[in-house]
Design a protein around this ligand. Structure first.
Ligand code: PLP
Length: 399
């Protein structure tokens, strides 16, 4: 009998990967499946970024890099942060990570332990809760409501803070809802956090520039009053279509009580993954400093698809869909169909050839919703909507 730790009995998953595996298996068996399940851009990484990685390898960058990342890559992140937020951070605050998720892991294991409480968005990215449970801390869901435009509510968030709260996780623009929290709400939250100086904040800003209608997302970095307890998660995966490169960054407190956090994450890297490979980091510099036309073209395509998705979903019987303000997800309300969300997602995949994710995979408040990623062609999106319409018209809800 092998005795693994109880922590691993509590660890969760990201069902989007299971749906992707099932969709791929169905496709391999000859079934025509349209995949609106997985959250990754359907575009290739821009060519100049790929070239930078190839050049780095040809130039002989084959060895370990510093645990915190190459200075040049950290400096590129500093430039990028100044451009997007107007805030000047120091390269000594920047940590280059193997993707966005490792920052989540680092922050949650740094603050989570039995007896501690960690607040996280529900519905939200499933790994937050999974990692909180792994540490033995108590997960405290912060409701993210459709009637609030899928923004988080400062009042509701602050009301959930107790003397046991160690970490508050925020995500805007958000997965799975596409919600973007307005600046005024964030200001209100930051003001309220002054009464809770021992609560650290993890702000997941991986979709920071993926917004629509000229509305920019507000970074928590804009608030110096919380700078000594703020961790910002970001990365290359979504903005530059680099999910497979495993490249992300985070920004940690420069001083005050929070300075030791950076040393903690550096040590975690040394113990765990050592460093991020050099070629990805050179690619990351090219992504930040190079032309942004491909990013703009990708966002223009997402915007066109967003309109197709929202219009198409609202035309389906029993379905209503708010217009997402950011990321590349729609989170329609399917309560009017009578279907339970996960049952509908599974029936649509198996019987109609449309892969999407049931809302409960993102938290209990996800019931009554499904998530569609519009990282697929307009033509495929239209075909998927047509299939969904036919399926819903022909199939009454199954319990
Ligand atoms: N944070 C959010 C909100 C996400 O949606 C994702 C990916 O889907 C990540 C973090 C993880 O990004 P990465 O693939 O770079 O680890």
């Amino acid at each position: 009998m092998l005795h693994t730790t109880a922590a691993f009995d509590r660890i969760g998953e990201e069902n989007a990967f299971a749906v992707l595996a099932r969709a791929t298996a169905l496709q391999q068996s000859g079934k025509d499946v349209i995949n609106l399940g997985i959250g990754q851009p359907d575009f290739s990484t821009p060519a100049h970024i790929v070239e930078a990685a190839v050049k780095a390898l040809r130039d002989g960058h084959h060895g370990y890099t510093p645990a915190t990342g190459l200075l040049a890559t950290r400096e590129a992140v500093v430039r990028r942060t100044l451009t997007t937020t107007g805030v000047e951070v120091s390269p000594e605050q920047v940590m280059i990570m193997p993707g966005g998720k490792p920052t989540m892991f680092a922050a949650i294991v740094m603050f989570g332990e039995p007896g501690a409480e960690i607040l996280y968005p529900d519905p939200g990215f499933p790994i937050y809760r999974s990692m909180i449970e792994y540490t033995g801390a108590t997960p405290v869901p912060v409701p993210i409501r459709e009637e609030n435009g899928f923004a988080f509510s400062a009042e509701e968030t602050l009301a959930l803070i107790t003397e046991k709260t160690r970490l508050l996780i925020l995500n805007s623009p958000a997965n799975p809802t596409g919600g973007v929290t307005p600046r005024a709400e964030i200001e209100k939250l930051v003001k309220g956090l002054a009464d809770h100086p021992d609560v650290a904040i993890l702000s997941d800003e991986i979709y920071d520039v993926m917004t629509y209608d000229g509305e920019a997302a507000t970074s928590l970095l804009a608030f110096p009053e919380i700078a000594d307890r703020l961790i910002v998660l970001n990365g290359w995966s979504k903005t530059w279509a680099m999910t497979g490169w495993r490249l992300g960054w985070s920004i940690w407190p420069a001083g005050g009580a929070g300075r030791k956090l950076y040393d903690n994450v550096r040590k975690l890297a040394v113990n765990c993954w050592s460093c991020v490979n050099a070629q990805s980091q050179f690619a990351g510099i090219a992504a930040i400093d190079g032309p942004q036309d491909d990013v703009a073209a990708m966002m223009a395509a997402f915007d066109r698809r967003r309109k197709v998705v929202v219009e198409g979903l609202n035309a389906l019987p029993g379905v209503t869909c708010a217009t997402p303000k950011g990321a590349f997800y729609a989170f329609p309300n399917i309560k009017g169909t009578g279907w339970k969300a996960k049952k509908l997602a599974s029936a649509l995949l198996e019987e109609a050839g449309v892969a999407l994710i049931g809302g409960p995979d993102f938290g209990v408040l996800g019931e009554g919703y499904v998530r569609l990623s519009y990282a697929n062609s307009e033509e495929n999106i239209r075909r998927a909507l047509e299939r969904m319409g036919t399926f819903l018209a022909e199939h009454p809800a199954r319990s």
